[in-house]
Design a binder for this molecule. Structure first.
Ligand SMILES: Cc1cc2nc3c(=O)[nH]c(=O)nc-3n(C[C@H](O)[C@H](O)[C@H](O)COP(=O)(O)OP(=O)(O)OC[C@H]3O[C@@H](n4cnc5c(N)ncnc54)[C@H](O)[C@@H]3O)c2cc1C
Length: 472
């Protein structure tokens, strides 16, 4: 009887799992395996989320008389050991695109080959894989460095249709325990929760996405990030669900535009993934060569105040407190917090990225590197100067009633709206009456951001205009 393994990594689902489908098509018996070594590179929240997703997956497989084997130990030995024990002659997995995953994949391939076991790698978690869009590029070089032409190429391609739900059919008598999920707060894990999130979004929010998404207090986005990160849902399924709704004759033009904006976000996800695929050095170095030796600050006190949400700028602090409490952060608030970190505090974008990687439940090297570089003005953005976001103006525009900042910064609850958005503007007498700015209360701004942002821009301009030869 031909036997193979389905090696789960960041594709924890049964629907549109191309590798699983191929394994079933080519072998009589397919065992599902997850290697615990994958967990070592994740933060505590991600560990919880993945453990929970594995529990769900195992429960589903149990109902169908199949098992999910947990292979404990170092890689690739744990995988090979499991393949040997279960008598598999082939291993199937979904392609990954980040540098570290690809290295692991190649090590596994070489080691499996030595045992006469073949590794088959199948379409991964992108709507269009890096090579597909790269082939449309007119200028020489691998992949795209800039988003607008990438988006045009991406939109011109037809995504592969999702494949139907498939189940492994191997029953392992020694499947091993699933690692404990820990106590971190995470969204409901697993494929069923992912489908429910997609249903909720498409039926209740997608039509108004363009209107609501920029406002942090409205909960107008899909909340799909962790599910996409760990493959509890396929991006092609998300795309097809939206595309179907967009094609209905009764969908209004404004609704179609909203959904199209959402689809653009999926393209942005693919863009950053292909960028990391073609430019793996992006993880350590700025994409823009001229910015590689820019003198960023590493001020520990500023970094800690920013990380803890105690900068004295409410929108920034609300974003950081949401990140630390939920492992999620609204995109607009995230942009303001990242901009404040890089420009108002002048901190190295890699320090900010590290905080994201440690706290975010959807933390992903490619998306985190790409977004941080973009925001720091050293990555794939064509703007001549960095876009510095003023947190007070952004708060007045996107959280005009201070609902979001009051929720995440309870010290501001008692203040009238205008003061909650910019507490340093409250006059001194009121500050004293409100017990404000005392050690236990909300802090004064740690910097005068008008001044520090102006100084940063001057430094940036001077640096960017230096002749290239003076930089190392
Ligand atoms: C500094 C910074 C760091 C970020 N790091 C990550 C990260 O590590 N992992 C991550 O998943 N997202 C990251 N993002 C993108 C974004 O914040 C989240 O994907 C989004 O807020 C998730 O909420 P949602 O699922 O409701 O998004 P929606 O608005 O519903 O978007 C749908 C999906 O599109 C993708 N998407 C949306 N915006 C972006 C974007 N800017 N870049 C790439 N993909 C996007 C995500 O997969 C998201 O789930 C980062 C953004 C910033 C500003």
């Amino acid at each position: 009887m031909s036997t193979s393994l389905l090696w789960f990594r960041r594709d924890l689902r049964l629907t549109d799992n191309v590798a699983l489908h191929a394994a079933r098509a080519s072998s009589e018996r397919v065992f599902a395996v997850y290697c615990t070594a994958e967990l070592e590179r994740l933060n505590a929240r991600q560990h919880s989320f993945v453990s929970g997703s594995l529990q769900m997956l195992r429960a589903t497989l149990d109902k169908h008389d199949a098992t999910l084997t947990i292979a404990d130990g170092t890689q690739p030995h744990a995988l090979i050991e499991t393949a040997r024990r279960l008598g598999a002659s082939a291993v199937h997995c979904s392609r990954t695109y980040a540098r570290a995953d690809r290295v692991g994949e190649e090590q596994a391939r070489a080691a499996l080959q030595r045992d006469g076991i073949e590794l088959h790698v199948h379409r991964g978690d992108m709507i269009h894989e890096p090579q597909a869009t790269a082939e449309l590029k007119q200028a020489p070089g691998d992949g795209y460095r800039v988003f607008p032409p990438y988006l045009a190429a991406w939109r011109s391609l037809d995504p592969a249709l999702p494949v139907a739900q498939t189940l492994p059919n191997g029953r392992d008598e020694r499947p091993g325990p699933i690692p404990e999920p820990g106590t971190a707060t995470v969204p409901a894990p697993g494929e069923t929760a992912a489908s429910a999130a997609l249903d909720k979004f498409t039926t209740a929010r997608a039509a108004d996405y363009a209107v609501n998404a920029p406002y942090p207090a409205r909960d107008g986005t899909s909340n799909l990030a962790p599910y996409l990160r760990f493959g509890c849902i396929s991006p092609r399924v998300v795309y097809q669900t939206l595309a179907r709704r967009m094609s209905w004759s009764w969908t209004l033009a404004s609704e179609r535009a909203s959904m199209s904006l959402f689809v653009r976000q999926l393209a942005l996800r693919d863009f950053f993934t292909q960028l990391a695929y073609f430019v793996p050095a992006l993880h350590d170095d700025a994409l823009q060569e001229k910015m590689r030796s820019f003198p960023w600050s590493e001020d520990r006190a500023h970094l800690e105040a920013w990380r803890e949400g105690r900068t004295g700028y409410p929108l920034v602090d609300a974003a950081m407190r949401q990140l630390r409490a939920q492992g999620l952060v609204h995109q607009r608030a995230a942009i303001c917090a990242a901009s404040f970190c890089c420009f108002d505090l002048g901190l190295d974008w890699r320090l900010g990225r590290r905080v994201w990687m440690e706290e975010h439940v959807a933390a992903d090297d490619a998306l985190c590197d790409g977004n941080w570089q973009w925001l720091a003005g050293v990555g794939p953005d064509q703007a001549a100067y960095p876009r510095i976001y003023n947190p007070e103006k952004q708060a007045r525009q996107f959280d005009a009633q201070a609902v979001y900042v009051r929720h995440w910064v309870p010290e501001l609850k008692k203040l009238p709206t205008s003061a909650a958005l910019a507490p340093w503007r409250v006059d001194h007498q009121h500050q004293i009456e409100l017990g404000f700015f005392t050690p236990k209360q909300y802090p004064r701004p740690i910097v005068d951001r008008e001044k520090t942002a102006r100084e940063f821009l001057a430094r940036y301009r001077a640096f960017a205009s230096e002749p290239a030869r003076t930089k190392h």
